[in-house]
Design a protein around this ligand. Structure first.
Ligand SMILES: C[S@@+](CC[C@H](N)C(=O)[O-])C[C@H]1O[C@@H](n2cnc3c(N)ncnc32)[C@H](O)[C@@H]1O
Length: 438
């Protein structure tokens, strides 16, 4: 299978003198960031944070829109310009054509500027390709967007994801939620103060805020709302968290109000903060493997006034805890993030089908280790922000004492999410054992 990464692997842009930071143009920076995402699997947010920091506000917003726009619309953009290119473009030209076509089709930038500025960026990065990119973009500008696209291009999904979802959920359902995945999401908050009066205050400021239906803590605001300007930000009145993720925390039951809850795979702390507010008499242990993510985790928990949470750095595959010592567990396992593509469209390019298999193995290991430390009277939630059946029901196939499982497919008002409630005395039968009993 040709993955996007294989296509871009061969080349990282070699910058010419005068083309590097701080002289980089917005288009050049967009090409550089996208190249890092496609070839090095650097997260778009991280690349934008480092390269984007050198730009003024207006240019930074433009850069953000170009990068995320290309990531969201990659497949239709590629189908569009490919009609006018007889040769396979080199990596820099490929990304420049995606960026130029995005500006022409989806941004209110005059045609002349979209083409010439993109070509100038190519002159810096790959001078020999400038004429080619210029010629193709001119043809795109003179033509209409293609009327016919393949289903995976229409849904802006890699072909393997489209096929897997079509087979699992049906073409109609995929086309419905695929539409939601293409658009930037609403801002979803978990609010820790009185919801009704906060919504009233925000509505009074001219911002349309509504209560979310999946969690009593959820509030939805228009996409692009500036979080820092909302009342109570500094005081920790809320955290940004999709309402589907909140629903997974709301599904957890704790039999002993002052019991010990483990929040496994905790950074940056969204679910830990909701657990802390929902179970204010409980002791919560937030466990995170990656030491680089721990300062942000602590900072968030401090801002959100979660004094009942202790953070530890540990591998959830071998927890430093005694058997049956926890009363409840929230396991938010690492996954392919296929349910949050509208928020993180770069996730389409980070994982291939084989990676999903490897992630499913990790998820099973973490469930098994969680069950070791869980009290038989307690319960755990297994949660992932992916809707691939291989990371959902397949992972829990051999688990006994499965109390409930829910998959929320992405929609306009929430991300895609899966969570399962598992009883503390559950055991795991391996898949091969299940098969041999059939
Ligand atoms: C989906 S994110 C968790 C989001 C978090 N629960 C929240 O609500 O904000 C997954 C996290 O798991 C961490 N992680 C991955 N493998 C882990 C392991 N073996 N043990 C502990 N943490 C792990 C990652 O570093 C990452 O921070």
């Amino acid at each position: 299978m040709t993955t996007v990464r294989a296509l871009f692997r061969s080349q990282v842009a070699n910058l010419l003198p005068g083309c590097s930071l701080p002289n980089m143009s917005v288009r050049q920076a967009a090409i550089e960031i996208l190249n890092r995402v496609f070839s090095d699997r650097i997260k778009a947010g991280e690349a934008l944070e480092s390269i984007g920091a050198t730009f003024q506000d207006r240019d930074r917003r433009l850069l953000h829109e170009m990068v995320y726009g290309v990531l969201r619309r990659f497949y239709s953009l590629e189908a569009d310009f490919s009609r006018f290119s007889r040769v396979k473009p080199d990596p820099v030209s490929h990304i420049a054509l995606l960026t130029g076509t995005y500006q022409l089709r989806h941004m209110r930038i005059p045609t002349h500027a979209a083409v010439s500025e993109t070509v100038s960026a190519v002159k810096c990065l790959q001078p020999k390709a400038a004429n080619f990119v210029n010629a193709v973009l001119r043809r795109v500008a003179e033509s209409e967007a293609p009327k016919k696209l393949k289903p995976h291009q229409r849904m802006e999904l890699p072909k393997w994801i489209y096929t897997e979802w079509r087979d699992a959920f049906g073409a109609e359902a995929v086309s419905e939620f695929g539409q939601a995945l293409k658009e930037p999401p609403k801002l979803s908050l978990a609010l820790f103060v009185d919801r009704e009066s906060w919504i009233e205050t925000v509505t009074g400021m001219g911002i349309a805020a509504v209560a979310g239906e999946l969690s009593p803590y959820a509030v939805l605001l228009p996409s692009g709302t500036d979080v820092a300007r909302l009342p109570g930000f500094e005081e920790g009145a809320f955290t940004v968290m999709d309402q589907a993720a909140q629903a997974s925390v709301m599904a957890l039951e704790l039999s002993k109000p002052d019991g010990l809850i483990l929040d496994i795979c905790a950074a940056p702390g969204g679910k830990a903060s909701l657990l802390a507010h929902r179970f204010s008499s409980a002791k919560i242990l937030a466990i995170e493997l990656n030491p680089r993510r721990i300062p942000r985790l602590r900072e968030n928990l401090d801002r959100l006034n979660c004094s009942n949470v202790t953070v530890i750095q540990a591998d959830a595959g071998t927890l430093p805890l005694r058997n049956q010592s926890a009363d409840a567990i929230m396991l938010d396992a690492p996954c392919s993030a296929s349910g949050v593509l509208r928020r993180h469209p770069d996730a389409k390019f980070m994982h291939d089908s084989e990676a999903v298999e490897r992630l499913a193995d990790v998820q099973k290991t973490l469930i098994s280790e969680s069950l070791r430390v869980l009290n038989p009277d307690g319960e755990m939630i297994y949660a992932v922000c992916s809707v691939h059946p291989r990371e959902n029901e397949k992972v829990i196939e051999g688990v006994s004492e499965l109390r409930a499982a829910e998959r929320l497919l992405p929609s306009e008002s929430h991300d895609g999410f899966f969570f399962a409630r598992i009883g503390g005395s559950a055991s795991i039968q391996s898949i091969s054992e299940c098969e041999s009993h059939e």
